[in-house]
Design a protein around this ligand. Sequence first.
Ligand code: CP
Length: 317
Amino acid sequence: MRHLLSTRDLTRAEAIEILDIAEDMAAVQLREVKKLPTLRGKTVVNLFFEDSTRTRISFEAAAKRLSADVINFSAKGSSVSKGESLKDTAQTLQAIGADGVVIRHGASGAPQTLATSGWIDAGVINAGDGTHEHPTQALLDAFTIRRRLHGAASRGRDLAGVRVVIVGDILHSRVARSNVWLLSTLGADVTLVAPPTLVPVDLTAWPVTVGYDLDAALAAGPDVVMMLRIQAERMNAAFFPNSREYSRTWGLDDERFHRLAPTSIVMHPGPMNRGLEISSAAADSPQSTVLEQVSNGVSVRMAALYLLLSGEREATA
Ligand code: CP
């Protein structure tokens, strides 16, 4: 694999390979092996033009556990604030010898541009671009679902027949997009539930069912309920009902949470708006995988870095 830009590009076999390598990485960490020598001598740059807690920290942890050198770049406090372009920033990274670039950017398509522009020779991982995709988030979500459902027998398996309901601000969610493609490729049945104003207009190519009634979707007994963050920073006030109305109609509040089967798992990519899209009872319950998702993110990102940067990378994307 030369770059990891989108889950839409992944075949079932490629997705399962990444999840299986992540299992190997998790097993190594369980043995309390602090570091693998796999990426010794490689340099990974975390290039973040948007804020992040989980993704940036877990990519840093993943790269360090593989013995790579890590450079953290935040647009805030860099020459980007003086108007430096993505091209000049990329060429600066090329000049310092970056082997891998993990990029988060507010513009959809920025990682693709970086990967295909010729400005840089590094492998590129999309760590979230605008409202487009967040592939490693979807991979860690799939990894988490697979582990919860299949435990130690996860290796080699897909998610055939797993019923997943993704709820909330679909319109602005790169997490939702990456999950729709990946979970469908792995055989899951995906239902989206959202206010009509927060559903993308053209869903014809999406392999999903769309609904507007959360109670009906939960009554169908999903295996997984994935709540999304309301992305207030990306939306016009006209899109958004008031918070109380949103929580009452589309939030996983205490009452809805207690109606779920005890085997249903509750997911959220974080950061959470507690009390808005998810209650604390739901977020902190044993059914919640919120912190498992964070831990699993390190293993999945180790797998992605390993696939991109160990050995000779393929000549073409
Ligand atoms: N889930 C996620 O991308 O979180 P961060 O924005 O904190 O990286």
